[in-house]
Design a binder for this molecule. Structure first.
Ligand SMILES: Nc1nc2c(ncn2[C@@H]2O[C@H](COP(=O)(O)OP(=O)(O)OP(=O)(O)O)[C@@H](O)[C@H]2O)c(=O)[nH]1
Ligand SMILES: [Mg+2]
Length: 371
């Protein structure tokens, strides 16, 4: 059976942001969403959802002729199997769904390896259950042979992980060499960061005169592209990188698996944090918090960020700014822009030059890092 279904019933938390986001993730995973239902907590022991909800799901799946249930949470394989047994369809959790999207989108060798590593990390804590399942019916208890088989599976997964990590290490070394060569040129590094679909690649294409893929789908970009960017009326240049986007509740191991790609952010002299300003204030707040968390996890110094409030062509920027955006971003240095229409690009270029001025950067590296 393929990993991709066609019609899915989605179970998520009862808030608008969660409902919208999981529906978009499902779409990016190749599913048509037949129904979205909500549940306050999705971490019950037997099925993830409560047993009443599991019964309800059985009927819903049949009525809507769905072949998959997507649970917007990370569940154990035992919970997924239990729910699958009651409802007679495949159960996919949030992490599995994100991994499927990543697997589908990975093009470069490095991205493919990173996805494989993340898959193994996903599987490791579930190995015990999956072995147990394969022993189901063969013996009453789960000891002796069962425990031995778990051990074998664990060791096999660990070995595979070691193998992939070694391969990734090689590409990391090559990348670092490349980076240090570029450092010697004395060209500042600027990296794009932000939530998936905030418009990073659209801005990258504009600034670097490139034509990388953009789309309203989540996780269009999975690998890093770096280009030398020139500025009108200035002899200075910067290296600009576009990379994979963030999402809320991104599992730590996924960030870890993409570490070599995301490390670009840590070494950047300036991080352009893209925000889709056309969304509701509530969404913007959640996404900003989630981006900050991921950047912290990657040890990116907050002082290096410049927020780009993108997609201003879609809103009445004056009213929104005063009422909602300015208070939300009072602690940040911001530029309002439209990567599609071109608004704010002059100001953005000026700020990039200002913030990456070699004299300023040299002074910053002499100062102790802020705590
Ligand atoms: N109206 C409007 N749409 C924009 C703007 N910038 C980007 N978009 C649209 O937003 C969608 C996402 O743009 P991308 O550039 O692919 O976003 P991304 O941040 O690179 O997304 P991932 O690679 O998936 O992380 C596309 O449909 C773009 O056309 C903008 O300034 N205005
Ligand atoms: Mg992109």
């Amino acid at each position: 059976m393929s990993d991709y279904g066609t019609r899915a019933v989605v179970v998520t938390y009862p808030d608008e942001f969660a409902k919208r986001e999981i529906a978009e993730l499902a779409k990016a995973g190749g599913y048509e969403v037949s129904e979205v239902i909500t549940q306050k907590d999705i971490i019950r022991s037997e099925y993830g959802v409560g047993s009443g909800k599991a019964q309800e799901l059985e009927g819903l799946v049949a009525d809507t002729k769905s072949d998959t249930i997507i649970i917007d949470e990370s569940v154990t394989s035992a919970q997924a199997n239990n729910l699958s047994r009651v409802t007679h369809v495949r159960v996919v959790d949030r992490e599995r769904l994100i991994l499927n999207i990543f697997a589908k989108r990975a093009v470069t060798t490095e991205a493919k390896l990173q996805v494989q590593l993340a898959e193994l990390r996903y599987e490791l804590p579930r190995a015990r259950d999956s072995v147990k399942n394969s022993f189901r019916g063969e013996q009453a208890g789960f000891s002796g042979m069962g425990e031995y088989a778990v051990d074998v599976k664990f060791r096999a997964l660990k070995r595979q992980m070691g193998f992939i990590k070694a391969k990734l290490e090689k590409s990391k070394t090559a990348r670092e060499l490349h980076t240090s060569e570029r450092r010697k040129l004395g060209v500042p590094f600027v990296s794009l960061a932000g939530y998936t679909s905030s418009g990073k690649t659209t801005l990258f294409n504009r600034l670097a005169t490139e034509s990388k893929d953009i789309s309203p789908d989540l996780f269009t970009t999975l690998s890093t592209t770096t280009r030398m960017v020139a500025f009108p009326n200035s002899r200075r240049k910067v290296l600009l990188s576009d990379t994979v986007g963030f999402i809320s509740r991104l599992p730590t191991y996924l960030v870890e698996s993409f570490r070599s790609t995301l490390d670009e952010l840590r070494f950047a002299d300036l991080v352009l944090l893209m925000i889709d300003a056309s969304e509701s204030a509530e969404s913007i707040e959640i996404k900003l918090r989630s981006c900050r968390e991921t950047l912290n996890e990657l040890e990116v110094d907050p002082a290096k960020t410049l927020v780009v409030l993108n997609k201003v062509d879609l809103l009445d920027i004056k009213t929104r700014s005063k009422m909602e955006l300015d208070p939300l971003f009072k602690d940040y240095s911001i530029v309002k822009a439209s990567a599609v229409r071109g608004d704010g690009l002059h100001q953005l270029r000026t700020k990039i030059l200002e913030r990456t001025d070699p004299r300023k950067l040299a002074r910053a590296t002499r100062l102790p890092a802020p705590r």
